[in-house]
Each structure stands twice: as structure tokens, then as C-alpha cells.
Design a protein around this ligand. Structure first.
Ligand code: GLN
Length: 317
């Protein structure tokens, strides 16, 4: 079943109105730039596989992609090396621990378990074939643009704020390297990873990323194939297991959609074969997921009965 544009727009408006009422959470402050983003910003975009796009709220505000960039680089690594190699070298298991946990690493022989935590994302960046740092970076940025839009660019301000303070990630990169799980110079992996987190996107861009996955690898706006069909399901599986960190299991239980969050306040959820929903609002819960984005997406998913675990998953209430 498909939904009318008017129906989706009304639902997006309803979700944003509800999201704006929520006063919980706080901006990330361990990255100085993120603490300065206005907390009231709130937007929701829904994109269907046919390219229909509706949005409500602050959907043209450009915010930092942060950990959602982990999905882009994971897919790029799968495109280059095959999903099985990504699973073998980096992993396909939830950690059950915070996204920057050193314990998650050390208790698993320094294997990251998933490309969607900081350790796994830096290992993924290092796993991508590139002759040098700048080519590695250009490949990743170009792939983000293909998955979303050409408007995705690096913010020098966010990047500086992160590169100046990313000591914990640098330590993780050296641990990976010491164990043979970093496949380029560890400081190169950390620097390029930090840049990929520092690109600016709108809620519409984020929805397009999800829409490309929902649309079996074809960007619903540009019509171009970006992901090979065989890499879509493994990517969605990784998102289900680790996309919202320690809340991933609860999210699968409550909402049932492969998703990914970033500490910039974005969350994107994929409804395979149908649509993607992207929410943005800076205040985060203790896990690092945007409180309002999760509420808004959950509202839409509930109303449209979208859980992938639900056999009657097409009903409109
Ligand atoms: N750049 C951030 C970091 O490395 C991304 C974390 C996130 O969005 N969860 O900590």
C-alpha cells in the first residue's frame, strides 16, 4: 500500500508538534561545537521510494552528520570488499556498550564487533582501499554525496572542534592498530573518521540516505544506483543491531526499523521497500540518541504500523 502525500505531510506535522513539546535530553557537550547548536531545532522528513518527499519543522537546517556517517563508510567498504569481508574483519554483533567503549574492544581481543561504533568505524575507514589520506577522505565524502546530495559538505568549524578534542578516539585507533585491526596509519584513520562525522546535512538529506537503502540501493532523488543490491540487507542488519547503540534492542522491540543515530541530533529509520523517516533535534538521551527524533519517528512508525517484524505491516490506523 502506498500513502498519499497529504497523509504523510499531516503525519509529519503531527509528529513535529508532538516532538516540540518534549523537553527531555541535552545537547552533546563533549564536542564543543555541538553544545552551541540551538536545542529547540526540530524537524522530520519522510521520503518514499518513488521520491515523494514531505517534511515538517526545521528540515533545511544543516547539522553535523556525526555517527550516521558510519553507515556511509560501512556501505562503501562493503561495495569495495564485499559484505562478508566487512563481517569477518570488523564484525556484525551488537556491543551492548557505549559507542566509544574501550571495554567493548578489550573484551573481544580488540575486534570492534560492528562498523557502527567508533572503533569499528575507524577500522572501516582504514579498510577502504585508498592510496593516501586525502584520497581516502575524498572517496568517503563523494560517497556521502551520492547517498544523500551534493549539498553535503565538510564543516571546517565542526571538524576543528572535533579534531582538537578527539583524544579518546585516538587512543581507540592505537588499540586497534596494536591488535592488527587497523588497516592504515591509525592517526589517518582517526582523522578521516573525524572529518566524515563533521559533514553538514539537512533532515531531507538524511531521509535520502535512508531512502537509498529502502529503495534497494537506488537514490530516490537522483535515480542513480549507489549501493549494490546484495549490500543492502547486511547494512540494514548492522543498523538493527547497533544503530542506536545500547538502545538498539529496545528500538527493534518498540519500533522495529533499522536505524542510525548521531550525536548531532539526527536519527534515520529505514522501511525496506517503502520509505525512510529522518528526525533531527539536538537534545540527546544518556545513550547519545536524539530524544525528539526517536519520539517523532516512533509516532510515524506506530501510526503506519511499519515494524518490519509485523506481518501486517501495511495498515494505516
Ligand atoms: N564524532 C563523534 C565521536 O566520535 C560521533 C559519535 C556519535 O555520533 N555517536 O564521538
Amino acid at each position: 500500500m502506498s500513502y498519499s502525500e497529504a497523509q504523510l505531510k499531516a503525519l509529519a506535522d503531527e509528529a513535529v508538534a508532538m516532538g516540540r513539546k518534549c523537553r527531555e535530553g541535552a545537547n552533546a557537550d563533549y564536542i564543543p561545537f555541538l553544545a552551541s547548536v540551538p536545542s529547540d531545532l526540530c524537524g522530520l522528513s519522510i521520503i518514499c521510494c518513488d521520491g515523494t518527499l514531505v517534511h515538517s519543522g526545521d528540515c533545511s537546517y544543516r547539522f553535523a552528520l556525526e555517527s550516521i556517517s558510519k553507515v556511509c563508510s560501512m556501505v562503501l567498504a562493503m561495495e569495495q570488499k564485499g559484505s562478508e569481508n566487512v563481517r569477518e574483519k570488523i564484525g556484525a554483533e551488537p556491543t551492548g556498550l557505549p559507542f566509544n567503549s574501550v571495554m567493548a574492544l578489550t573484551t573481544h581481543h580488540d575486534k570492534p564487533l560492528t562498523p557502527l561504533v567508533n572503533a569499528g568505524a575507524m577500522a572501516t575507514v582504514s579498510f577502504i582501499d585508498a592510496p593516501d589520506k586525502e584520497s581516502r577522505w575524498r572517496m568517503i565524502l563523494d560517497f556521502q554525496q551520492q547517498l544523500m546530495s551534493e549539498n553535503v559538505t565538510l564543516s571546517n568549524e565542526v571538524n576543528k572542534s572535533e579534531q582538537d578534542t578527539n583524544f579518546h578516539n585516538r587512543a581507540i585507533a592505537w588499540l586497534l592498530y596494536a591488535a592488527g585491526n587497523c588497516f592504515c596509519d591509525p592517526m589517518e584513520a582517526c582523522e578521516v573518521y573525524t572529518r566524515q562525522c563533521s559533514t553538514l546535512v539537512t533532515c531531507d538529506d538524511l531521509a535520502t540516505l535512508g531512502g537509498t537503502l529502502a529503495n534497494n540501493g537506488v537514490n530516490p532523488i537522483t535515480g542513480k544506483r549507489v549501493i549494490s543490491p546484495e549490500n543492502v540487507a547486511p547494512s540494514l542488519a548492522e543498523m538493527t543491531m547497533e544503530g542506536l547503540y545500547e538502545f538498539s534492542g529496545d528500538w527493534a522491540f518498540l519500533v522495529g526499523l533499522p536505524s542510525k543515530s548521531g550525536v548531532g541530533g539526527g536519527v534515520v529509520s529505514v522501511v525496506p521497500g517503502k520509505m525512510a523517516i529522518a528526525g533531527f533535534s539536538p537534545p540527546l538521551d544518556e545513550v547519545g540518541n536524539s530524544v525528539r527524533a526517536m519520539r517523532m519517528i516512533r509516532h510515524v512508525a506506530d501510526k503506519l504500523n511499519l515494524s518490519i517484524y509485523n506481518s501486517g505491516h501495511d495498515t494505516v490506523h
